[in-house]
Write a new protein. Structure first.
Length: 222
């Protein structure tokens, strides 16, 4: 029996839940999964019973509760130093933390115009000027990380790290909204999509019954 419990939301919509879930799966850290559907009459009470913030994700180990995706990633990296959740090199590790923190706090237009929705396909939707600037910045991050530290693997810093978990929901968003990728960006997105753990998450999302209309935002478009 695992000592860890990870509380998550709907797999179709909850990008923040995906991040630690994917990192733990790829790193081989066993955990018990508790899924709480979001935006239902019972969601608030169910979330509050687990998390001080009443949000997902929440990682529990014994009496300890850790919330917020990036904090969970940092905790797991300390608990499992051999799992490689951050790059080994000091400079690469600093950059990985920087781009992960930028994802954690930034890209509001991308989040708003292209919310994660694995089951839907909205090619061409969400192309606001601000969202396009966010996409440009994401692609610049991918290019910079791969150029600096990507040798030796297919991910931002070569081998999979928590930085890749932070950007995995963006890969899924680009698929949903038909964002064209080429060259190194396409190769990187393909490597993320090919992860067996991500394929597992996607398969589970496609089987979910819940629909949250505010995130099925382009259904009325022809």
């Amino acid at each position: 029996m695992s000592d860890f419990t990870l509380v998550i939301g709907n797999k179709n919509y909850s990008s923040w839940s995906l991040r630690p879930w994917l990192a733990m799966r790829v790193a081989g850290i066993p955990f018990r999964e508790v899924r709480i559907p979001l935006y239902t009459p019972d969601s608030s009470a169910a979330l509050s019973a687990w998390s001080p913030s009443a949000r997902v994700p929440l990682l529990q180990e014994g009496a300890l509760k850790v919330w917020e995706s990036l904090a969970i990633g940092e905790y797991l990296a300390e608990r499992f130093p051999d799992a490689g959740l951050w790059p080994q090199g000091r400079e690469a590790r600093a950059v990985a933390r920087s781009v992960s923190a930028e994802m954690h706090s930034g890209f509001p237009a991308l989040r708003s115009a292209m919310s994660m929705n694995i089951r839907r396909r909205y090619p061409g939707s969400g192309r606001t000027p601000a969202c396009l600037r966010d996409i440009e910045r994401v692609l610049a991050i991918w290019h910079d990380c791969r150029t600096r530290s990507g040798e030796g693997g297919d991910f931002l810093f070569g081998r999979f790290t928590f930085a890749d978990a932070m950007y995995a929901p963006v890969v899924l968003r680009f698929r949903t909204y038909g964002v064209a990728l080429d060259g190194a960006a396409r190769d990187y997105a393909d490597a993320v999509m090919a992860l067996p753990a991500l394929q597992e998450w996607v398969a589970d999302a496609e089987q979910e019954a819940e629909s949250i209309p505010k995130f099925d935002m382009y259904d009325e478009q022809p």
